[in-house]
Design a binder for this molecule. Structure first.
Ligand code: NAD
Length: 292
């Protein structure tokens, strides 16, 4: 078994981005600028946004965090997004999900200018992805593609099973794995909460992407020997022995599954850092597309 080290691969990609941003600075070109919006004080969301802002700084990308109280109205948030859409200095807009229940996420996602939608959640970008056309690919599946490419994992002709059909992870992942091109050309089965005989599907897979948000759901007896296993799940599970009071668990029972795999991502240190690297890649791309 070998570990698909997202921390290491993500760092290499971020260093490459840093060099490109520095080169832009030397050439007098615009530096990418990301606007991140956080509503409320959810612990996990605050940590994720903080990590994204810090990663921007390290890569020389400008970032501005707009932090609002949890009683923000949908109207107020849409107004903020309109302002950021109209601000020529802003290249990318990120709204950290989930949002408080008085705000409809679909409305917010649709309000973002697709050319600044560096999370790739806007229906226009999702449509472009489906047709294999250039747009913005959602950061988590894009990060997984970059990770598979970094480790030169052969995907062509392989059976891939994706567990989870969300618009931000599972569904776009299934499209990317089935498309022609790098980290593609798989025969893909997309499984979800209504899938019958889920274990049989997973057991057939050469590549498993677990994105269901159920800690340690994927067990050793579900995995074919030699499979490549990508664990997207991150769930905070109570653990009083930890200083924070919790630990992070993936969707895969790592200690029992990993001996069977050819490659596997750890949690933390697998898909999470790749998501951040992909976000920075999208932000740089947005800046290049908008300003050259
Ligand atoms: P989601 O809740 O929107 O979707 C979960 C999907 O899993 C649904 O489509 C559902 O049908 C499926 N599902 C649930 N229970 C199932 C079961 N028992 N059997 C089969 N399918 C089942 O979640 P999401 O936003 O796609 O995120 C999934 C997980 O990935 C979460 O743990 C989330 O925290 C994590 N995540 C990690 C990153 C990262 O950067 N590492 C990014 C995004 C999401």
């Amino acid at each position: 078994m070998q570990v698909l080290d997202g921390k290491k691969a993500g760092q290499a990609i971020r260093e490459e981005i840093r060099l490109q941003v520095a080169q832009r600075l030397t050439e007098g070109k615009k530096i990418p600028h990301l606007a991140a919006i956080l509503v409320g004080n959810n612990g996990a969301s605050t940590t994720y946004v903080g990590a994204k802002v810090k990663a921007c700084e390290e890569a020389g990308i400008r970032s501005t965090l707009h932090h609002f109280e949890s009683d923000l109205t949908e109207f107020q948030l849409l107004e903020k997004i309109r302002d950021l859409n109209n601000d020529p200095d802003i290249d990318g807009i990120l709204v950290q999900l989930p949002l408080p229940k008085q705000i409809r996420e679909e409305e917010v996602i649709r309000a973002i200018d697709p050319e600044k939608d560096v999370d790739g959640f806007h229906p226009i970008n999702q449509g472009l992805l489906m047709q294999g056309l250039p747009g913005f690919i959602p950061a988590t599946p894009y990060g997984i593609v970059l990770l598979l490419q970094h480790y030169k994992i052969e995907t062509t002709g392989k059976e891939a099973v994706v567990i989870g059909r969300s618009n931000i992870v599972g569904r776009p992942m299934s499209i990317l794995l089935s498309q022609p091109g790098p980290a593609g050309n798989c025969t893909v089965t997309l499984c979800h909460s209504k899938t019958q005989n889920l274990n049989e599907h997973i057991r057939r897979a050469d590549i498993v992407v677990a994105a269901l948000g159920q800690p340690e759901f994927v067990k050793a007896d579900m995995i074919k020997a030699g499979a490549v296993v990508i664990d997207v799940g991150i769930t905070r599970v109570d653990n009083p022995s930890k200083k924070s009071g919790f630990e992070l668990k993936g969707d895969v029972d790592f200690s029992n599954v990993s001996p069977l795999c050819s490659w596997i991502t750890p949690v933390p240190g697998g898909v999470g850092p790749m998501t951040i690297a992909a976000l920075l890649q999208n932000t740089l791309l947005a800046c290049v597309r908008r300003n050259n």
